[in-house]
Design a protein around this ligand. Structure first.
Ligand code: ADP
Ligand code: MG
Length: 333
């Protein structure tokens, strides 16, 4: 246990209540320093918030670099806001650390401020405690009344669109020497170098700009964190519908392709996890506009399937067979 008294306040002053993290912006009336923060949403906007807890040894390797952990922790939260079509406003941080190591905290807060500045999302408060390393971030965002994209809104005939590429983070984890939840058959193949994908695991890119551009265009959305099929299944359950996915349409990177056999590549795309891409359900009328938004954001976007009435997820394989797939994505318990 570290003595909380003075050292805690010193840490807050030196590393958290800094202009790089605790900066002012519209809607934030009061940040770090009082008993609580004050935010003032504009009258016609809804406050959207989401909390993620990242525990050492579960969500990141115990020896991961502090700036990497910080950026992942904030990044995955911003990805949740993007899935709701919410604009980042501010965040709070619950930090539990085994001991006070100033250079660790400095790198951690540097990592946080990189994303905080990029998304104009200041740190406005939190709590600090001793214990096993754990990072809880609650992010707050704004969305105009009635404009949030929910999981429950998918419609029969909607196209299923996915940003970026899938499976890269799963390949990166193999490359970093970690065991995959996809089993012992899931291995690197050939001499290909997975290194270019490490960044895809360490630094997820929340698709905020794209999500804001798509406001009013998608019927439903989710961010892909546990695995594409697993997360799509949440949408289908909430919307009481099913989906057909085309194996040949799944988006993967050239590096992932070089690192995996064909069947493992499909497995990585379907169930890899840690992608932090967005999956949008979009009517045929809005599809072209959504592709235009992606183009303007310089983001690749793929149509991977269609929403159907029959529940469950069916995969049309490259050789034309139809197989049922379930979301064996990452499950915590
Ligand atoms: P209290 O005892 O009233 O909870 P604290 O001493 O925990 O107050 O915190 C003092 C101020 O510092 C508060 O404004 C709080 O939000 C802020 N703060 C504490 N820990 C953190 C943290 N990890 N990140 C950001 N702000 C923090
Ligand atoms: Mg406190």
């Amino acid at each position: 246990m570290f003595a909380l008294a003075n050292s805690e306040f010193d840490i807050i002053k030196k590393f958290l209540a800094t202009p790089n993290l605790n900066f002012l912006r519209d809607g934030v009336e009061l940040g770090i320093g009082d008993d609580a923060a004050i935010i003032k949403p504009p009258p016609d906007q809804n406050l959207v918030f989401s909390l993620d807890v990242l525990a050492s040894g579960v969500h990141f390797p115990a020896d991961a670099k502090p700036d990497v952990i910080a950026r992942r922790a904030l990044g995955v939260n911003l990805s949740d806001l993007a899935a709701m079509a919410a604009d980042p406003l501010c965040f709070t941080l619950g930090l539990t650390i085994p001991e006070i190591k100033e250079d660790w905290i400095e790198q951690f807060t540097d990592g946080l401020s990189t994303l905080a500045r990029e998304f104009n999302c200041p740190l406005v408060g939190g709590d600090l405690s001793s214990g096993q390393l754990q990072i809880a971030i609650q992010v707050h965002g704004l969305v105009p009344d009635g404009m949030a994209t929910l999981r429950s809104g998918a419609q029969i005939g909607d196209s299923i669109l996915v940003t970026g590429t899938l499976g890269d983070a799963a390949v990166a984890l193999l490359g970093l020497g970690y065991e995959s939840h996809l089993g012992s058959d899931f291995k690197l193949h050939g001499l290909a170098d997975p290194q270019p994908l490490f960044e895809r695991y360490f630094f997820p890119s929340p698709r905020v700009e794209f999500a804001l551009g798509c406001r009013g265009l998608a019927n439903a959305a989710i961010d892909i964190s546990d695995g594409f099929v697993s997360d799509l299944s949440h949408v289908l359950r909430e919307s009481r519908l099913g989906a057909e996915i085309e194996e040949a349409a799944l988006p993967f990177s050239a590096t992932a392709e070089a690192c995996l056999s064909e069947s493992m590549l499909t497995q990585a795309c379907l169930n890899g996890g840690d992608d932090y891409e967005l999956c949008l359900m979009v009517s045929q009328d809005s599809k072209d506009e959504v592709f235009e938004v992606a183009k303007n954001c310089d983001l690749s976007l793929c149509e991977v399937g269609i929403i159907e009435e029959i529940e469950g997820v069916r995969l049309k394989t490259r050789d034309g067979k139809m197989v049922a797939v379930n979301g064996d994505g990452y499950k915590h318990f």
